[in-house]
Ligand binder design. Sequence first.
Ligand SMILES: *Cc1c(COP(=O)(O)O)cnc(C)c1O
Length: 227
Amino acid sequence: MSCVANYIETKKSLPENVLLLAVSKTKPAEDIKALYDAGCRDFGENKVQELTAKHEVLPQDIRWHQIGHLQTNKIKYIIPFVYMIHSIDSLKLAEEVNKQAQKHGRIVNCLLQLKVAQEDTKFGFEISELKKMLEENAFAELKNIKLKGVMAMATNTENEAEIIKEFSLVKEFSDFVKTTYQNTVGEEFTEISMGMSEDYKLAVSCGSTIVRIGSSIFGERDYSNKN
Ligand SMILES: *Cc1c(COP(=O)(O)O)cnc(C)c1O
């Protein structure tokens, strides 16, 4: 099937309130344009250089999502246009994004990336660490970022019970923030970005509001020519 057909199929399988974020990393602008023509407006990339290059040549009303780890020295390249950053994984990064956003007169949507997987290579906050930071109001001064919710990746495993356990922890934390900090961050803390090609159905059943899907729309990625 074409990527457009895959996109339409996937979208049909999702509840209306779940955003399908098409993860277009490594894929050519033509594929993105084909999905755009089919109505898709939200695309995710994980490399700053690729994101900025695609932004330049594609329609300006696309909402670009940064989904991979972001180095502080690269923030400035995406800040003028990025719609949402899913990968805020340290207070320092949040502060740097805030600083750049302020320079550009923007308020940028951000998600806090949680570390829930069994793999220790993944970036993100420990839930306990984040609870402490929220208690200390660590994000309060950052007026140019809007904390819209959380993002997480589950362990890459066949063990569905483990995946469900991890996604449920994310949902539980999101509910905790919404109720505990109702009058501050809680008000707009509505997004839960979790679920990829292999596990998005489980993620949706656990309360995901944004699924990030790449290979099952665009096909397998080929990294062989990349260094
Ligand atoms: C690549 C990537 C995805 C999409 O993965 P697929 O398995 O191809 O759907 C989702 N989230 C992040 C953070 C990624 O880097």
